[in-house]
Design a protein around this ligand. Structure first.
Ligand code: DC
Length: 465
């Protein structure tokens, strides 16, 4: 039996439910006839200890306050909780209480260790990446089972660590990882072999002192045990905004920016900023407050914009918890937005809010001035256009589908008027950034446009080869 700790979990839980299993070594387990479950009263369902290993490691590595893990504590019945002892040997400072752990950086760099990992084969993979941050080599022994898991994990861990620049030795049932000092990290694209643990543990390589980016291929493979692993990671990890990639998609009204940006965002797992919606909501809030959308009320509108209680929930836009989606998405809503967007102090007032969308792992931002003003250093900027005739036709289709009546010629005149205002205003006018790539999607399907942006994004190689 290589997974004795898991058998112990079963036996332990059965005992809590009043079933005393007779054990005959590790070969035979007998449940006496007549055994009956008895309620244990209340029982805490523990969080998964092997999933916790990544955050225990992170706590050991992180500068600052460390990390608190809820749902599992040192007295867990899961074998993998012993990972915390290994992490402590490497330098982590761990305190624990009923169903929680707190981990802080202790010794730094971490200490290289030699450890028999037979009792924690899964969590031990995390040690292999911690080893890159140690002061000497780390040898993990008695891990023959790694060879017959989701993939040959010894080969995989060795190959991927080497891509980062590490020196690794391996044998039939052991692996030795040498530390990777500052100045020696190489940007790498980590192959995950459809192995959730490879993806999760190598995400810890992204905290290297050289700040070289690490790409995790096929990150969705974490779904096997921890579908929202990266969301959890990004909720506790921080980096300076220049390290958070932004893709800007600017262009005129009805060019399909929103659809394109949100599809690319979904594909990359990035956040999405619909900046036009902010101007729409601002105009809506201004009208509700009894203001006009003219320069005379500029200061009052800017004041509203500075504290705009706006929230996006999927397709829904909420202002002060009221759903204003339909109101702001109308043609009139667009025209009103265009009017307030001319006012310089209103634009200024919305800057911080727009910047706040730049969060890990990245952002797709669409609008008029994403690439020119709001995110001028974005590594990819797309300027999306389509002929006025095409755009009027698309908008017409959209409105008819929603059950509104509409006239194509009127729509085209409206959108040309809006383009003219957006392009001629003095502050942040609609125009392609100097380094923007132009994409005319008049005769492209949405899929083809998405594909084009993905190809451009790959070619920027923001995360290395
Ligand atoms: O993208 P949209 O149609 O929702 O935008 C509505 C108006 O808001 C647009 O006509 C001009 C203004 N806008 C802007 O000035 N700057 C942006 N970044 C986005 C929109």
């Amino acid at each position: 039996l290589i997974s004795k700790p898991y058998i112990e979990i079963t036996l332990n839980l059965l005992a809590r439910f009043g079933i005393a299993v007779e054990r005959h070594g590790w070969e035979r387990f007998v449940i006496p006839a007549g055994s009956r479950y008895q309620s244990p009263g209340s029982i805490h369902v523990e969080a998964d200890a092997s999933s916790a290993s990544y955050f225990i490691a992170l706590g050991a590595m992180a500068e600052g306050q460390g990390i608190r893990i809820q749902g599992v504590g040192a007295d867990s019945i899961q074998g993998d909780i012993r990972f915390m002892d290994a992490a402590a040997q490497m330098g982590a400072q761990i305190t624990s209480g009923p169903n929680w752990l707190e981990i802080q950086r202790g010794t730094w760099p971490l200490k290289g260790i030699t450890l028999d990992c037979n009792h924690i084969p899964d969590a031990a993979m995390t040690l292999a990446v911690m080893a890159l941050y140690a002061d000497g080599p780390t040898t993990l022994r008695n891990i023959a089972s790694w060879r017959v898991k989701e993939t040959d994990r010894i080969t995989a861990m060795a190959a991927e660590s080497r891509k980062l620049g590490a020196t690794v030795e391996e044998g039939p049932d052991w692996i030795t990882i040498h530390p990777l000092p500052a100045g020696h990290w190489r940007r790498a694209s980590i192959h995950t072999y459809d192995d959730h643990r490879v993806a999760m543990c190598f995400s810890l390589a992204a905290f290297n002192a050289d700040q070289v980016p690490v790409r995790i291929e096929d990150p969705k493979c974490v779904a096997k045990t921890f579908p929202d692993y990266f969301e959890a990671l990004f909720s506790v990890a921080h980096t300076a905004s220049p390290h958070i990639p932004v893709i800007c998609i600017d262009g005129p009204t009805a060019s399909g920016k929103g659809t394109l940006a949100s599809r690319v965002a979904a594909q990359l797992g990035y956040h999405y900023l619909d900046s036009g919606a902010l101007y729409r909501v601002t105009a809506h809030a201004a009208l509700q407050a009894g203001l006009t959308l003219e320069a005379a009320d500029e200061a009052a509108i800017a004041k509203l914009a500075r504290r705009l209680p706006v929230r996006f929930e999927g397709e829904q836009v909420l202002l002060d918890n009221v759903d204003v989606t339909d109101a702001i998405r109308s043609e009139q809503g667009g025209m009103n937005a265009s009017k307030v967007s001319v006012l310089p102090t209103v634009r200024e007032a919305l800057i911080d809010l727009q910047h706040s969308f730049q969060r890990l792992p990245g952002l797709l931002a669409d609008g008029r001035d994403m690439g020119t003003v709001i995110f001028p250093n974005a590594p990819l900027k797309v300027f999306l256009t389509a002929s006025a005739a095409q755009r009027a036709e698309r908008r017409h289709k959209q409105l008819i589908l929603k059950g509104f009546s509409a006239n194509i010629d009127g729509l085209r005149a409206d959108l040309e008027a809006r383009d003219a205002r957006d392009m001629s205003r003095s502050v942040a006018p609609l125009l392609p950034a100097q380094d923007a790539l132009q994409l005319d999607n008049s005769s492209l399907t949405i899929e083809a446009s998405v594909e084009q942006v993905m190809v451009w994004w790959q070619s920027r190689q923001v995360f290395g080869a």
